[in-house]
Design a protein around this ligand. Structure first.
Ligand SMILES: N[C@@H](CCC(=O)N[C@@H](CS)C(=O)NCC(=O)O)C(=O)O
Length: 222
């Protein structure tokens, strides 16, 4: 049987989506906790796990893969013949679900990081100076504009691709979860997105990972 070893940290959004995939598909794996900004930048990690110094990374019988979407696609191709996390069979349906995964990892993530980097992560964890209130307001407006675009993309569907939750919904959820928590904002101006967010949050594995993430954040801020 294939041996899977996962390198991650629960506070990371792409790590949570990858863990959601492993747990939802019921895949046994060893878990290696990695300290962000410390272990990830060590010689040991960059020489043995990921030269780009990032988690998630998955070791499959000694072969390492990084990039959350690559790992998710690999796990889906290998272990999700029934289309539990991504649709199988119809290529166009699959492409629509993968589009959401990629929107999460590019447009959404980029825009969230642009704000949470200087507003929260920099000052809290990297010893950087706080930015001005004016700059902060502008970045939060851009985040809200991205929420607006997601609200439009979602429309009146239950999930981004229709009536079934896919890995892309979870990926977007995790990016929004971290952004709203760190920026102390909410989705109240975007009603469909708000309803969707609450529904995704009720998924059993998402709820379990959220609990673990908030506990880890609480421990970090002590
Ligand atoms: N595109 C990558 C992004 C991974 C990423 O940004 N990982 C961050 C945590 S969220 C990281 O490992 N940072 C460590 C560091 O900067 O030292 C993916 O989707 O896997």
């Amino acid at each position: 049987m294939t041996k899977l070893t996962f390198h991650g940290n629960i506070v990371s959004q792409p790590v949570r989506t990858t863990l959601w995939t492993l747990r939802t598909l019921g895949l046994e794996h060893d878990y290696k906790h990695v300290e962000l900004f410390k272990d990830t930048r060590s010689e040991e990690f960059t020489s043995k796990v990921n030269v780009f110094g990032q988690v998630p990374a998955l070791d499959v019988d000694g072969t390492l893969i990084s990039q959350s979407n690559t790992i998710i696609r690999y796990l889906a191709n290998e272990h999700d013949k029934d289309g539990i996390i991504l649709p199988t069979g119809d290529h166009l349906e699959r492409a629509q679900a993968e589009e959401i995964l990629d929107i999460a990892a590019t447009s959404v993530r980029f825009n969230m990081l642009k704000a949470i980097g200087p507003i929260a992560i920099g000052p809290l964890f990297l010893g950087r100076e706080k930015i001005s209130e004016e700059e902060e307001k502008k970045l939060i407006e851009e985040v809200q504009a991205t929420f607006g675009k997601l609200n439009t993309k979602l429309g009146d569907k239950t999930y981004f691709t229709g009536d079934k939750l896919t890995a892309g919904d979870v990926h977007i959820f995790n990016e929004i979860q971290t952004a709203t928590a760190l920026l102390k904002i909410d989705l109240s101006d975007h009603s469909q997105l708000n309803t969707w967010y609450e529904k995704v949050g009720q998924n059993e594995v998402v709820a379990e990972l959220s609990k673990e993430m908030f506990e880890a954040f609480a421990a970090l801020s002590k």
